[in-house]
Design a protein around this ligand. Structure first.
Ligand code: NAP
Length: 254
């Protein structure tokens, strides 16, 4: 299947590792130009360097904190300066803040939204004007299983993921007239570095995490990234406002 991603310009957050890195790799293999956004400068440089070894100047790494508005302005400005346009935004970056609702102060509660929800919304606000100019765009937001299985003990993850779904549906409706398609992914049990570690090592706050699903195993980042590449492509031209679960069948409802 030809995806038609050749020459498209994608900003991918959380691209230093895990699912975001797998997406960057997949997009580059399809001929796209990719801007890798992540927080830690060392990891960002290492990821960009490893991908540039085969993709050359189609890769741009930018270390930026999703909670920093000025840094988000800079991501968009540098992307436009380097590649001249923005076709695709993949909002994959997020730090996991696991905390029980009753352990949070008012300020701690406010801070929960600073990377995932505000980073997602902030980048969408900044890239849409460029997409509108060409009447073409793809935005893929990362939610997660916790959006549909609310727990007080994981309130930060759950609220961010639920809010990302609401944002996705609202903007899909609003941006359809500009041919900008907005969809969400709900991964669960994907053995990115972070989860792989949680599945093998207990910490003071959490026991070893068990992944349970009908397939009986954890997924890989590459088992998510193929779907992202498809949704970002011309082939997905009639799909918007949808939420796709990638969890080995873990979610018990239809
Ligand atoms: N893995 C799963 O099973 C699962 C389940 C539910 C939801 N999800 C969602 O899927 C997405 C990817 O998950 P993952 O497991 O692949 O994550 P991951 O391996 O933990 O990687 C997280 C990425 O986000 C970046 N990041 C974190 N905080 C940031 C910030 N403030 N500013 C900029 N970048 C930041 C990290 O950059 P650094 O390298 O610099 O830290 C890293 O590149 C996330 O949105 C996550 O919530 C995943």
């Amino acid at each position: 299947m030809k995806l038609g991603l050749d020459g498209k310009v994608a900003i991918i957050t959380g691209a230093s590792r895990g699912i975001g890195f797998a997406c960057a790799n997949e997009f580059l293999e399809e001929g796209a130009k990719v801007v890798l956004v992540s927080q830690d400068a060392g990891r960002n440089v290492a990821a960009a360097k490893s991908l540039a070894a085969t993709a050359g100047d189609r890769v741009l790494g930018i270390a930026a904190d999703l909670a920093d508005r000025a840094a988000m302005d800079d991501v968009v400005a540098r992307t436009l300066k380097t590649f001249g346009r923005i076709d695709i935004l993949v909002n994959c970056g997020a730090a996991v803040i696991d905390d029980d609702f009753f352990n949070l102060s008012d300020d701690g509660f406010d801070a929960l939204f600073e990377n995932k929800l505000n980073g997602t919304a902030g980048l969408i606000r900044r890239v849409v004007p460029n997409m509108r100019e060409r009447k073409w765009g793809r935005i893929i937001n990362f939610s997660g299983g916790a959006a549909r299985t609310p727990k007080s003990a994981r309130i930060g993850v759950g609220l961010n993921n639920a809010a990302v779904l609401t944002l996705t549906k609202a903007l899909a409706t609003e941006l359809a007239k500009d041919n900008i398609l907005v969809n969400a992914i709900l991964p669960q049990g994907i053995a990115s570095e972070r989860l792989a570690q949680a599945m093998t090592t207990a910490t003071a706050d959490a026991p070893v995490r068990k992944v349970t699903n009908p397939l009986g195993r954890a997924g890989t980042s590459e088992e998510v990234s193929g779907l992202i590449a498809f949704l970002a492509s011309e082939r997905a031209s009639f799909i918007t406002g949808a939420a796709f679960t990638v969890d080995g069948g873990a979610y018990p409802s239809i």
